[in-house]
Structure formats: C-alpha cells, structure tokens
Design a protein around this ligand. Structure first.
Ligand SMILES: [Cu+2]
Length: 163
C-alpha cells in the first residue's frame, strides 16, 4: 500500500514538472512510461491495385493504408518495378497536383482511390495488363518501408470497401 502511494505521488510530480521547469528531481527513479507516451505508427496496406491503363506509358495506383498505432505517419515516397517515376498526386475538384507526402493519421486510414488522391506512374517499362502483378515499395516518414504486390485489375474494377 505504501509503495503504491509513493508511485502515484511520483507520477503526479512528473506530470507537473514535465512542462517547462528545469532541474527538477526525478524522485525515486521508478519505471518510466516514455515508450508508451511517445507512441508509434503501425501500418497495414489494404487492397493495392492498378487499373489496366488506357495509355501505354502512364497508369494510376490505388491503395489504402490503415494505421492502428498511436502516432501518425506519412507516406513520403513510392517506387515500383514498372517505373521509378512514381509521384503522389492530390486531386482537387478540377485538377491534380503533385504533393510531397500523404498523411496517415493515428488510428485512421489513408485512402487512395479512383477520382481522389492517387499514385501516378509515368514512363512505364511496359504496358500493364489485367492479371499482371507489379510491386510498390512504400517509404514512410517514421515506419520501415513496406513492399506490396499490386495486381493489375480491369479498368472498371472497384476494390472491396471494408478490410
Ligand atoms: Cu495524377
């Protein structure tokens, strides 16, 4: 009982002194919760696909990234075996423009899909056809890179909406 009361007192002290005051004592030096407090993203890639493109050298890439972690992350770069020229495109009502990253909120999802934000693949080595498989190598601001296999789907394909 006495130990528990001391621990609670130490936590209270840490919470108060954590903001600004310098030179405060760390008290009894009990276990710290720093790892938990910092949090980390935890990413899963769902339903990646490339619609079979109408043109020979340009295609779009779509996928969903779910973050079940406790910290946000950002998709910052994508490479593919089809081309090294992959850019992140944000779609507005009338146009699309290149952006340097897409946010992946903690406990949320990043959805790249038809008519919305997407990956732009240009200068393709060959024209992807339905049934082919490509790869995306995804790089993030915080998480380790992920490589996913990406099926080439018919032009009219729609991915499942759930996980
Ligand atoms: Cu685009």
């Amino acid at each position: 009982m006495r130990r528990r009361a001391l621990a609670a007192a130490a936590l209270g002290l840490a919470a108060v002194s954590g903001c600004g005051s310098s030179g405060g004592s760390h008290g009894a030096g009990g276990p710290h919760a720093d790892g938990k407090a910092a949090g980390r993203p935890r990413l899963t890639v769902l339903h990646p696909y490339i619609p079979a493109p109408a043109a020979a050298d340009i295609a779009a890439g779509y996928l969903t990234i779910r973050n079940t972690g406790t910290a946000p992350d950002r998709l910052v770069d994508v490479d593919s075996d089809l081309t090294h020229d992959v850019t992140l495109h944000r779609t507005t009502s009338t146009t699309m423009k290149e952006v340097t990253s897409f946010p992946i909120p903690a406990g949320g999802t990043l959805t790249l899909g038809r008519g919305g934000d997407h990956l732009m693949l240009m200068g393709l080595a060959h024209r992807p056809r339905t049934g082919d498989t490509a790869t995306f190598r995804l790089r993030f601001a915080r998480s380790a890179p992920l490589t996913v296999e990406v099926p080439v789907e018919p032009m009219t394909y729609r991915p499942p909406s759930g996980p």
